[in-house]
Ligand binder design. Structure first.
Ligand SMILES: *[C@@H]1O[C@H](CO)[C@@H](O)[C@H](O)[C@H]1NC(C)=O
Ligand SMILES: *[C@@H]1O[C@H](CO)[C@@H](O)[C@H](O)[C@H]1NC(C)=O
Ligand SMILES: *[C@@H]1O[C@H](CO)[C@@H](O)[C@H](O)[C@H]1NC(C)=O
Length: 408
């Protein structure tokens, strides 16, 4: 009996240790978030264990589990027409509001889903629901792109897919087929989808041969750089829910088909140390001591190593590729970007990626709206469906839709 009590107490203490997360007092529904985060970590760690045992790649396993979980939740249905065409070899899902009158052309959003370039899909429950809500509330045609994923495909396959689908959609006859107004199209995405949206938007803005371009880009807590893993938001939110610093570094390494042995070095910015000459030309473009207002810099100090590991950039040159890290783009390219919306959350390692991009775009003359949520966390906009329904999910989604509705 006594030993049972001791065991139970031990088990409870371990569970509490596993679940407990120091979260700022501002965050809403914090215990619920801790439980969900502990569950995600457990699933993630089980997949890594299965990977180590040689069962399958952890990203593929995790995606299967996530897909199963998504299929369990009870997705509300919407009143939109859904089709699954192929745009120049790339699978997409198109949402069209049911026509009351086809007299007028509709607005449109090209949506690129998140999930670390390796998880989730346009067809899966969460994004399917989001795009349905978007189509209905904006009365717009939504094109959601099912680009190919890690571990079967790596950078730049994801971006290539996105660009192929976009260029196909922007052809005048395709837009006409979907009754889309060529002057009112936005590109948007969240997290890794925000990365792909920003990169695609830069490419399209420089493309000579497209007749139609984007009116807007809307980036939701985007990941935009892999140069500095010690921005104030990375330092402050190192252990944050859903996307901890280590999780993000590993997503980047997987995107580049790199080696996890580099993760520890990258965490302390050894890959972009001062003696790595290839990195030096980019340093100013994410100098947050100057790009971030002091209320976001807080007391944090830059982590810049004088000597590091040059072999990392040699082995993974894509770490400095603007198509992977759109924040590193030249000012001449930034100048060409359309009106921009960037959502950032305080409890997110990626907060400063978004804030720095906003500042650089502004300095290049682009009109930018930063929509910052002090009490929200990375990934929250997707969490609107029971059992993963947070008030922050509804707040952020409403705000995002409001901006699109007013500006598109
Ligand atoms: C633009 O399109 C034309 C006609 O299809 C083609 O001849 C030309 O090479 C293209 N230019 C670029 C830069 O792709
Ligand atoms: C970072 O680079 C320095 C200099 O090469 C090296 O001494 C140190 O061990 C490296 N740290 C990690 C974690 O790679
Ligand atoms: C989440 O869903 C449950 C069940 O429908 C509901 O009781 C709860 O109020 C919801 N929470 C939020 C924040 O919407």
């Amino acid at each position: 009996m006594k030993s049972a009590v001791v065991l139970l107490a031990g088990w409870l203490a371990l569970t509490a240790y596993y679940v407990y997360l120091p979260l700022p007092s501002t965050v809403s529904e914090s215990w619920y978030l801790m439980m969900m985060n502990a569950f995600f970590r457990l699933v993630q760690q089980s997949c890594s264990l299965a990977h180590a045992m040689g069962l399958d790649h952890h990203a593929r396993l995790l995606n299967v589990v996530v897909g199963k979980l998504e299929s369990l939740s009870n997705m509300p249905s919407g009143h939109v027409k859904i089709t699954d065409p192929v745009f120049d070899g790339v699978e997409v899902r198109v949402y069209q509001p049911f026509a009351e009158s086809q007299k007028t052309l509709r607005r449109s959003v090209v949506y690129i889903h998140g999930g670390g370039w390796s998880l989730l899909s346009a067809r899966g429950g969460s994004y399917n629901h989001l795009c349905m809500v978007m189509a209905e509330s904006l009365d717009a045609v939504i094109v959601s792109i099912d680009y190919r994923l890690v571990p079967d495909f790596h950078f730049p396959a994801q971006l290539d897919d996105v660009l192929r689908a976009i260029k196909h959609f922007l052809l005048p006859d395709v837009l006409a087929q979907y009754s889309v107004d060529p002057t009112r199209i936005a590109v948007s995405g969240d997290s890794a989808g925000g990365n792909l949206a920003a990169a695609a938007c830069q490419e399209i803005s420089q493309e000579e041969n497209v007749t139609n371009r984007f009116k807007l880009q809307a980036l939701v807590y985007p990941v935009l750089q892999c140069f500095d893993f010690n921005t104030p938001s990375y330092q402050q939110n190192e252990l944050s829910p859903i996307a901890s610093r280590t999780v993000i570094v590993k997503f980047w390494i997987d995107y580049f088909d790199g080696n996890y042995d580099y993760a520890q070095s990258m965490l302390i910015n050894n890959h972009t140390s001062l003696d790595v000459s290839k990195a030096s030309s980019f340093r100013d473009r994410l100098d947050w001591t100057f790009l971030l207002p002091s209320r976001f810099r807080k007391h944090y100090k830059p982590i810049t190593q004088s000597t590091g590991k040059a072999e990392i950039i040699q082995n993974i040159p894509a770490l400095l590729d603007v198509r992977a890290a759109p924040l590193l783009a030249d000012k001449e390219v930034l100048r060409l970007q359309p009106k921009t919306y960037i959502m950032t959350c305080e409890i997110d390692v990626l907060r400063d990626d978004g804030l720095m991009y906003a500042k650089r775009l502004e300095k290049a003359g682009v009109e930018v709206t930063v929509d910052h949520f002090e009490d929200c966390f990375h990934g929250c906009m997707l969490f609107t469906i029971w059992p993963i329904n947070f008030s922050s999910g509804f707040h952020t989604r409403d705000s995002y839709l409001k901006w699109l509705n007013e500006n598109l």
